[in-house]
Write a protein that binds this ligand. Structure first.
Ligand code: SF4
Length: 331
């Protein structure tokens, strides 16, 4: 099995009590079955507290938050389970976060989550560099190999488009969106053709349309909300200038979501999801790292929200190509 991780992956280290927005607040923590069994069998006060706090819901065990905080999160910013029992006692969710794993059977891709502020800083500032690849024995492909070949190849192409600093960053994002059409056609069985970036841009200049600035934020305001400040931010967009870190942001979304189209052959809605995420983060303005991290916390860890955006990419008027391109090229 081939295991790939971004060049910046190993530079992450949790900053714990110095974290400006801990993962120990706002989220219920899903506790894996082995950890839940271990916690419920613990003696003493910690065991009593865990038995009281762990809840079984829909076949899963969760540690529910109290007053918007994980009840195991101490005033000094440290985790009580880790402090009393050591890091190996943490459940899988807490041990792994913010590390992500996508396992395709014969290869595995690792990454960091944007919803962790420390990881977000690394993601947004990391130089474009080839990933680190390791091999271990075993593993069998668990996917449509023909489709995966197209997805891997087209993802390389779109990452090259995003990395091309000869163009302004917003134009690179528009090209990534336009290339998404071509990549979807290849996934549908059409011949692989060279992508002519200049012609692609030229062909849509007349067609783009600048929508109301509130249209895309209003769509996001209808999704499930996690943090108190998010609805206020969506109500008052204040676009920031495009800056070079949007290349890193788009690369993050592409690396995370592009290959997932192997599950349903629906690439273009994911391309729109990746690019619309960058557009919304830019529209909301403020400090890019903080806005991107909050976006990820609100959206990426909520499957219902992600699904709603993937559906919206096809059906909702805020996601039409002319408007997304207008927001990229004219705003
Ligand atoms: S959000 Fe990231 S840096 Fe902050 S406490 Fe969690 S893992 Fe550590």
């Amino acid at each position: 099995m081939k295991i790939t991780r971004p060049s910046y992956f190993d530079s992450f280290s949790c900053i714990a009590s110095a974290c400006p927005d801990s993962c120990c607040q706002e989220w219920d923590v899903q506790v894996d079955a082995d950890s839940a069994e271990y916690y419920r069998a613990l003696p003493g006060q910690l065991g009593d507290d865990l038995r009281r706090l762990l809840k079984d819901e829909d076949g899963e065990t969760v540690m529910t938050i109290v007053n918007r905080r994980c009840p195991m999160w101490r005033q000094d910013g440290l985790c009580r389970i880790q402090a009393e029992l050591g890091e190996p006692a943490l459940c899988k969710t807490c041990r792994e976060f913010p590390r992500l794993t996508h396992d395709y059977g014969d290869f595995m891709e690792r990454g960091l989550e944007l919803s962790c502020p420390e990881a977000a800083g690394i993601i947004l500032s990391a130089p474009m560099a080839p990933p680190i690849i390791e091999s271990i024995p075993g593993g069998e492909a668990e996917y449509d190999e023909e489709a995966m070949e197209v997805l891997l190849r087209t993802r390389e192409n779109v990452l090259s488009i995003l990395a091309d600093e000869r163009r302004p960053v917003n134009e690179s994002l528009a090209l990534a969106l336009l290339y998404g059409y071509q990549a979807q056609a290849e996934l549908d069985g059409e011949e692989a053709l060279p992508f002519d970036a200049d012609s692609a841009l030229e062909s849509i200049r007349e067609f783009v349309k600048l929508p109301e600035i509130t249209e895309l934020p209003s769509f996001f305001a209808e999704l499930e909300i996690l943090t108190v400040s998010w609805p206020e931010r969506l109500k008052a967009p204040s676009p920031a200038p495009w800056d070079h870190r949007f290349r890193n942001l788009a690369r993050y979304f592409v690396e995370r979501y592009w290959l997932q189209a192997v599950s349903d052959y629906d690439l273009y809605c994911r391309v729109k999801y990746c690019i619309a995420s960058c557009i919304l983060i830019r529209q909301l303005g403020g400090d890019l790292l903080t806005t991107a991290q909050q976006y990820s916390k609100e959206i990426e860890n909520n499957t219902d929200n992600v699904e709603a955006i993937l559906d919206g990419a096809y059906a909702h008027p805020a996601f039409t190509d002319d408007k997304l391109l207008g927001l990229l090229l004219q705003a």
